[in-house]
Write a protein that binds this ligand. Structure first.
Ligand code: GLN
Length: 473
């Protein structure tokens, strides 16, 4: 199970080494056996998986193409809705919530022959960088079990690293795909904002939320993205821009491509992470790329800007969890106001409450101009930095995280230290550009470090070309 790629599953089916149903059974048994080591799956969905696999086998028997994900086990982060299958967002508040519809990404995966095998653990409502904010316990990093897998999509990264899924879906608001991919030694992609429909993604910060793939190689990530990408009438922010052949984008030369390394990023990079990134940059040079220093001057304000905009949007989005809708209601409810209060007090964890309060504060009369409005202006400056950079370079390369996977418990009591781990990923999110993490090497302790590649809006093909060349280096 641990060695399979999308291509190898397709080949196995074609050569009749296994049927999709047999392969799915094996995948589920393996996931059941391995999951106690990581707590990465909150839930397996064998019935739905076997039904999907059955449809793939029928197609093959009828001589039809089962689709680009035919028979491939796909795990889905538990902030993405799956009809009839519990979707918790890592929160006690949604512990028993069963969605009445599928997210568009989920629907497209199954239409392409993919087999949804389970839902993965994550930080509550995707708020966090370590997966320790889940109401259902932390996830262990399969590479180093005493360490975090990163967050908030820690479960989705862990299942792919562990081999209990071939690919998975995560969500990224400020780094939640790239950072766990880096910590677990796999590929993680945050597409351009609007590239993938957010229909059925439980909203955290709507102007920053993205769905994106995790995979063990660049081509698989590109294939999964190609399947889920493209305009969706159910999400008015999804883009009309043609998706193109992303799965095939990895071939081709990168000689002569111009890459920018932001000085503002490298000054924060230290230790073995900085060394590995420098070696990665050298590899790009050896591949024939021209590497130059660039400046993204608004970078210093990125974390402050993100934690104003993201919390403002979260405070508004999370207002809907009132104890009337979405299952959980406090038992201590004498008055309506008391019921709202007790439900939210008992249902939300500490980090979610912290963000609702921060967000409500920055949006409140008297502080709106000073914080929220100013943050929106700085966001425009951050985006402008990238637009200017892409006038001179094809891509920006950078670290993903200032440090590799840290120990469980190491940063839980210090929210500011936790927020600082987002320093390199948040700028790309605020600009809405495509960015990804690709494995760059391991520290002397064997901890993976990812290289980040950022490209201009809707330029995923170029990003995959660079990532593939880097992967083959
Ligand atoms: N770590 C960031 C946060 O806590 C990013 C989370 C995300 O991308 N969902 O908000």
């Amino acid at each position: 199970m641990t060695e399979h790629s999308i291509d190898s599953v397709r080949d196995g089916l074609k050569r009749k080494e296994f049927s999709a149903v047999e392969f799915t059974r094996r995948a589920i048994e393996f996931a059941e056996r391995e999951n106690p080591k990581t707590n990465a799956y909150l839930m397996l969905s064998p019935e739905r998986a076997l039904a999907a696999a059955g449809r793939v086998d029928e197609k093959i028997a009828a001589g039809e193409d089962p689709g680009p994900l035919g028979g491939v086990p796909v795990a889905v982060k538990d902030v993405i809705l799956t009809k009839g299958i519990r979707t918790t967002c890592g929160s006690k508040l949604l512990a028993n919530y069963i969605p009445p519809y599928d997210a568009t990404a989920v629907e497209r995966i199954e239409a392409a022959g993919g087999v949804i095998i389970g839902k993965t653990n994550c930080d509550e409502f995707a708020m966090g960088s370590s997966n320790e904010n889940s109401a259902f316990g932390p996830v262990r990093n399969p590479v180093a079990p005493d360490r975090v897998p990163g967050g908030s999509s820690g479960g989705s990264a862990a299942v792919v690293a562990q081999g209990t899924a071939v690919v998975s879906l995560g969500s990224d608001t400020g780094g939640s795909i790239r950072q766990p991919a880096s910590f677990c030694g796999i590929v993680g992609v945050t597409p351009t904002y609007g590239r993938v429909s957010r229909y059925g993604l439980v909203a955290f910060a709507s102007s920053l939320d993205h769905i994106g793939p995790f995979a063990r190689n660049v081509k698989d990530a590109a294939t999964l993205l190609e399947v889920i990408a493209g305009r969706d009438p159910l999400d008015s922010t999804s883009a009309e821009a043609p998706v193109g052949n992303l799965a095939g984008a990895g071939t081709g030369d990168v000689r002569g491509m111009k890459l920018g390394v932001p000085v503002e990023y490298m000054k924060h990079a230290t230790g073995e992470t900085a060394e590995l990134i420098s070696q990665g940059i050298e590899s790009f040079r050896r591949l024939g790329c021209e590497v130059r220093e660039i400046s993204l001057p608004a970078t210093d304000y990125a974390i402050a800007t993100y934690y104003i905009i993201a919390t403002a949007e979260a405070s508004s989005n999370l207002a809907r969890y009132d104890g009337v809708r979405y299952t959980f209601r406090s038992a201590k409810s004498d008055t309506l106001a008391g019921m709202y209060q007790n439900t939210r007090d008992e249902g939300f964890g500490a980090e979610v409450k912290r963000r609702i309060m921060l967000g409500t504060y920055v949006l409140s009369h008297g502080y709106y101009d000073a914080y929220y409005l100013k943050a929106q202006k700085v966001r425009a400056l951050i985006a402008r930095d990238f637009t200017r950079a892409f006038g001179n370079v094809d891509a920006v390369i950078a670290p993903v995280s200032p440090f590799p996977a840290f120990r469980l418990g190491e940063k839980v009591d210090d929210p500011m230290a936790m927020y600082l781990s987002d320093i390199y990923t948040i700028t790309g999110s605020l600009a809405g550009i495509p960015c990804m993490s690709v494995p760059c090497g391991n520290t002397s302790e064997g901890l993976p470090v990812g290289m980040q590649i950022l490209c201009n809006h809707f330029d995923e093909s170029k990003m995959f070309r660079l990532a593939s060349a880097f992967e083959r280096r």
